[in-house]
Design a protein around this ligand. Structure first.
Ligand SMILES: NC(=O)c1ccc[n+]([C@@H]2O[C@H](COP(=O)([O-])OP(=O)(O)OC[C@H]3O[C@@H](n4cnc5c(N)ncnc54)[C@H](O)[C@@H]3O)[C@@H](O)[C@H]2O)c1
Length: 299
C-alpha cells in the first residue's frame, strides 16, 4: 500500500536508505504520561518504604533513570532513609528523606506536599511500603487484620489518591505504582491476611486505572515473588518455627521447589520492572499487575 493512502496519523517519515531503516513518528494522538512539561527540569518520584529492601532498590534505580527522589519511611528507619538519600546524591540526583506513616492520610498529604515543594511537580508515586505477618487464620485477631489492611491497603489508597489529586492539579498526567505480590494471584497458607491485602492492591490498581485514565494517569502494580529482604527473613523464621525448620531452610525449600529459574529473587529483579513501568515505554499500560517471580505463578 502506498504510504500516502495510510491515515494521516500513521503517516510518518519512511526512510529507506542504504541500511533500509524505517522510522515511524509517534502518531500525534498518543499521550505522554509522567513526562515533565518543558519548564520542569527533572522528573520526580516518591518511593514509600524505601529505607531498605525493594523500596531502596527502586529509589536507586529510578535515580539512575534520571528521577529526583523523595525517600519515605517510618521514623524507626530514618538512618536507612538518610543513607539512601546520600547514595542517590552521589549518583548526581536530588533526594531528601521524609518520614511518614502511609496508613495515615494526613501524613501522606504532608509527604506529597513536601515532595512537590522540595523537588518540584510529582510525576510518579511508588506505593511500595508494606508489612507481612505469619499467622494461622484461626489465630488472627481483629487487630492483626486491621493493622495489615491499614498499611497494605489503606496505605496504598492514601498514596494513590493523594498523588493523583496532586497530578490532576498539575495537569501533567503521571504514574501510580503499587506493591502487590504473587499472593495477589494465589495465597500462601499462614499468610492469609497478607495475601488478601495484596489481592486488594491488585483490585484497587485496576479500579484506579479506570478512573484515572481521563487524567492521563496510568496505574499499575508489581508483584514480586520470594525476595531476600528483611520481610522474607521474618517469613522464613516464622514459617520455620511452625514447621520445625531452622533459619534459612524454608526460603531454600521454597526456592528449590517453587521457582522455575532456581534462585531466590533480589530487590534489583523487581526494581528493573518498576523502572520500566515508570518510563515512557510503559505509557500504553494501565491496570496491570506484573509478576516478577522467576517463574512461580504463570499468569
Ligand atoms: N520481600 C518479598 O519477597 C516481597 C514479595 C512480594 C511483595 N513484597 C512487597 O514489596 C514491598 C517491599 O517489601 P520488602 O521486602 O522490601 O520489605 P521490607 O520489610 O524489607 O521493607 C519495607 C519498608 O517499608 C517500611 N514501612 C513499613 N510500614 C510502613 C508505613 N506504615 N509507612 C511507611 N513505611 C513503612 C518499612 O519500615 C521498611 O523500610 C512490600 O509492600 C511487600 O509486601 C515483598
Amino acid at each position: 500500500m502506498s504510504l500516502n493512502l495510510l491515515p494521516r496519523a500513521f503517516q510518518a517519515s519512511l526512510r529507506l536508505g542504504s541500511a533500509s531503516r524505517v522510522t515511524i513518528n509517534v502518531p500525534r494522538w498518543t499521550r505522554p504520561y509522567a513526562t515533565p512539561p518543558a519548564e520542569q527540569k527533572n522528573r520526580t518520584a516518591i518511593v514509600t518504604g524505601s529505607a531498605r529492601g525493594i523500596g531502596k532498590a527502586i529509589a536507586l534505580r529510578l535515580a539512575q533513570d534520571g528521577y529526583d527522589i523523595c525517600v519515605n519511611d517510618i521514623p524507626a528507619n530514618r538512618t536507612g532513609a538518610d543513607d539512601v538519600v546520600s547514595e542517590i546524591k552521589s549518583l548526581g540526583r536530588n533526594a531528601f528523606p521524609f518520614m511518614a506513616d502511609v496508613s495515615n492520610l494526613q501524613e501522606v498529604e504532608k509527604l506529597v506536599e513536601a515532595s512537590v515543594s522540595e523537588l518540584g511537580p510529582l510525576n510518579t508515586m511508588v506505593a511500595n511500603a508494606g508489612i507481612a505477618q505469619v499467622k494461622a487464620l484461626l489465630d488472627l485477631t481483629e487487630h492483626d487484620l486491621k493493622r495489615m489492611f491499614e498499611i497494605n491497603v489503606f496505605g496504598v489508597f492514601n498514596c494513590y489518591s493523594t498523588a493523583a489529586k496532586q497530578m490532576i492539579k498539575q495537569g501533567s498526567g503521571g504514574k501510580l505504582l503499587g506493591a502487590a505480590s504473587i499472593v495477589a494471584f494465589k495465597p500462601f497458607a499462614l499468610l492469609s491476611h497478607y495475601s488478601a491485602s495484596k489481592w486488594a492492591v491488585r483490585g484497587m490498581t485496576q479500579a484506579f486505572a479506570m478512573e484515572m485514565a481521563e487524567h492521563r494517569i496510568t496505574v499499575n502494580a508489581y508483584a514480586p515473588g520470594i525476595v531476600g529482604t528483611a520481610m522474607w527473613e521474618l517469613i522464613d523464621e516464622e514459617l520455620g518455627k511452625k514447621r520445625g525448620a531452622k533459619k534459612g531452610d524454608t526460603i531454600k525449600k521454597y526456592t528449590d521447589e517453587l521457582i522455575a529459574l532456581g534462585r531466590t529473587s533480589v530487590p534489583e529483579d523487581v526494581s528493573k520492572t518498576v523502572s520500566f513501568l515508570s518510563s515512557p515505554d510503559a505509557d500504553y499500560m494501565t491496570g496491570q499487575t506484573i509478576v516478577i517471580d522467576g517463574g512461580i505463578i504463570f499468569t
